[in-house]
Design a protein around this ligand. Structure first.
Ligand code: S3P
Length: 166
């Protein structure tokens, strides 16, 4: 395992960054959140990037970020929910480590009211579930391991640590 990156993928607001933070603490590693890195580099928020330049431009930024991170080691990488949609973004990252899909139930995510101003979650519950259904095969394709315990962020982190220790 040592230097291999730990890469978290999954739908928006499934807990990647929260769980990634717990893993970072437990393992003494750095957490990198691709959304936060893009916002920092661009000096504007993700909703602003979508509104000003559109999704394709955001995906290109995501791809550049993924490419950069794939050359680093020992990180916990929390990926934006749509990053695995572009093989050019996800393939190098997967090469750099082990990929966990946080497969949280999308209805539970939606109902918990945590989606906020995410641009691709503004069209209601049915659209969110439909987006999840479309993405599910993509997440499945990239995942080395699928995590399904969302009883608490700690429990999700423990499930990942169990896999890593096995
Ligand atoms: C997106 C997920 C978001 C962010 C952007 C698009 C998506 O990240 O990258 O709003 O397409 O699923 P989170 O998964 O951190 O919410």
């Amino acid at each position: 395992m040592e230097g291999r990156n730990i890469i978290l993928i999954g739908m928006m607001a499934s807990g990647k960054t929260t769980v990634g933070g717990l893993l970072a603490d437990r393992l003494g590693r750095a957490l990198v959140d691709t959304d936060a890195l893009i916002e920092h580099r661009e000096g504007r928020t993700i909703p602003a990037i979508f509104a000003q330049d559109g999704e394709d431009h955001f995906r290109a930024l995501e791809q550049q970020t993924a490419e950069t991170l794939s050359h680093q080691t020992g990180l916990i990488v929390s990926c934006g929910g749509g990053l695995p949609l572009r093989p050019q973004a996800m393939a190098p990252l997967k090469e750099s480590g082990v990929v966990f899909w946080l497969r949280r139930d999308p209805g539970a995510t939606y109902d918990s009211g945590v989606l906020g101003d995410r641009p691709l979650a503004q069209d209601g519950r049915a659209a969110f579930l439909e987006r999840f259904a479309q993405r599910e095969p993509v997440y499945r394709r990239w995942a080395d391991h699928i995590i399904t315990d969302f009883s608490s962020p700690e429990a999700t982190a423990d499930a990942i640590l169990e896999v890593l220790e096995a």
